[in-house]
Design a protein around this ligand. Structure first.
Ligand SMILES: [Zn+2]
Length: 281
C-alpha cells in the first residue's frame, strides 16, 4: 500500500516537473548579428539588419522551445526598440517593445537570460562596433573598478533577481566576455572581428543553425549555471566622451561624485542601488 502511494507520488512529481514553467528572456542587439559589420547596417530601419536579426531571433526561439521552454519573451534591445516586428517574430514568442526600465523586467523571474546579436564592451580590440551602452556618449564604464559593458551589467542585473545567463550569440569578443564571467554558458560565435568595422562572418544560414542548436542545449543548463551576482557595495564610474562632458548639475544626486569634467562615479549599498543611480542619468 505504502509503495503504491509512493509510486503515485513519484508519478505526479514527474508529471509536475514535465509541466514546469520555463520562461526565457532574450535581449537582442544588432552589432553581434552574423553579416553585420558596417555602421550603416546597425541603423534600426536597415532592411538587411531586420531580416538577419529576425531570422536569428526566430532560430533561437525554435531552439529554446525544442529544449523545453514554455515561454519566450523577446526584448527588442537595440537603439530605441525599432528593429523587430510582431509581424515577423516567431509565432510562439512574445515581443517586448520600448524601454524596459531600470530592472529590464527581471522582477518577472525568468528561468534564463539569453543575449542575441551581442557586441563586446567598449575598448576591446577586435570587438566589432564594440561599445558600452552608447558609442557616442560613453568612453568607458567601470563596475567596482573593472571595465564593463552591456553583457556584464545585464548579467549582474539578471543575477540580482536570481536569473542565470544561459546563452549568448555574437562576435568572438562578446563570446569571450560572457565566458569570462559565466562558465558553462552556451554560446554561438557567429563572426570573428578583424577590427572595429571588419570581420569574417558565418553565412546567415550557418549562423541560424548554430544558434538553434546552442539555444536548445542551453535549456539543459538551467539549474546548473549559477546566477551572476555581485555582492556588497557597488560603484559605477562612467567616463563620458568629449562630446558628452558633464552638465552643471552633475554630482548633485545622492551617491554621485564628479571625478573630472567627463567622469562621474555612482555608489550604492548594493548592486541595485548603484545601478539605479547610474541609470537615472
Ligand atoms: Zn548594445
Amino acid at each position: 500500500m505504502v509503495s503504491r502511494i509512493l509510486i503515485l507520488l513519484a508519478g505526479s512529481c514527474i508529471f509536475l516537473w514535465g509541466q514546469a514553467k520555463r520562461s526565457i528572456l532574450i535581449i537582442t542587439d544588432a552589432e553581434g548579428v552574423a553579416g553585420i559589420c558596417r555602421q550603416e547596417q546597425v541603423e534600426p530601419t536597415n532592411p538587411e539588419l531586420r531580416q538577419l536579426l529576425t531570422a536569428e531571433v526566430n532560430a533561437a526561439v525554435d531552439g529554446f522551445f525544442e529544449g523545453g521552454a514554455t515561454e519566450v519573451i523577446v526584448w527588442d534591445g537595440h537603439d530605441g526598440s525599432r528593429t523587430l516586428s510582431a509581424a515577423t517574430i516567431h509565432p510562439r514568442a512574445r515581443l517586448m517593445i520600448g524601454a524596459a526600465g531600470v530592472t529590464a523586467t527581471f522582477e518577472r523571474k525568468y528561468d534564463g537570460l539569453a543575449f542575441l546579436g551581442q557586441h563586446s564592451r567598449a575598448n576591446v580590440r577586435r570587438g566589432i562596433m564594440a561599445h558600452s551602452y552608447s558609442s557616442l556618449g560613453i568612453q568607458n564604464m567601470l563596475m567596482n573598478g573593472k571595465p564593463v559593458g552591456e553583457i556584464e551589467t545585464r548579467a549582474a542585473l539578471a543575477g540580482w533577481f536570481g536569473t542565470p545567463v544561459i546563452f549568448l550569440s555574437g562576435d568572438t569578443a562578446a563570446v569571450e566576455e560572457i565566458r569570462s564571467i559565466v562558465p558553462g554558458v552556451e554560446a554561438a560565435d557567429v563572426k570573428e572581428g578583424l577590427g572595429r568595422y571588419s570581420c569574417i562572418s558565418l553565412s546567415a544560414a550557418a549562423a541560424r543553425d548554430l544558434i538553434r542548436e546552442r539555444a536548445r542545449a542551453a535549456m539543459s543548463r538551467i539549474g546548473r549555471i549559477k546566477p551572476y551576482r555581485i555582492e556588497g557595495p557597488v560603484t559605477f564610474q562612467i567616463e563620458h566622451t568629449t562630446r558628452n562632458s558633464l552638465p552643471i548639475d552633475a554630482g548633485l544626486a545622492p551617491g554621485s561624485k564628479v571625478i573630472d569634467d567627463r567622469t562621474i562615479r555612482y555608489e550604492g549599498k548594493d548592486f541595485l542601488e548603484a545601478w539605479t543611480r547610474a541609470r537615472a542619468f
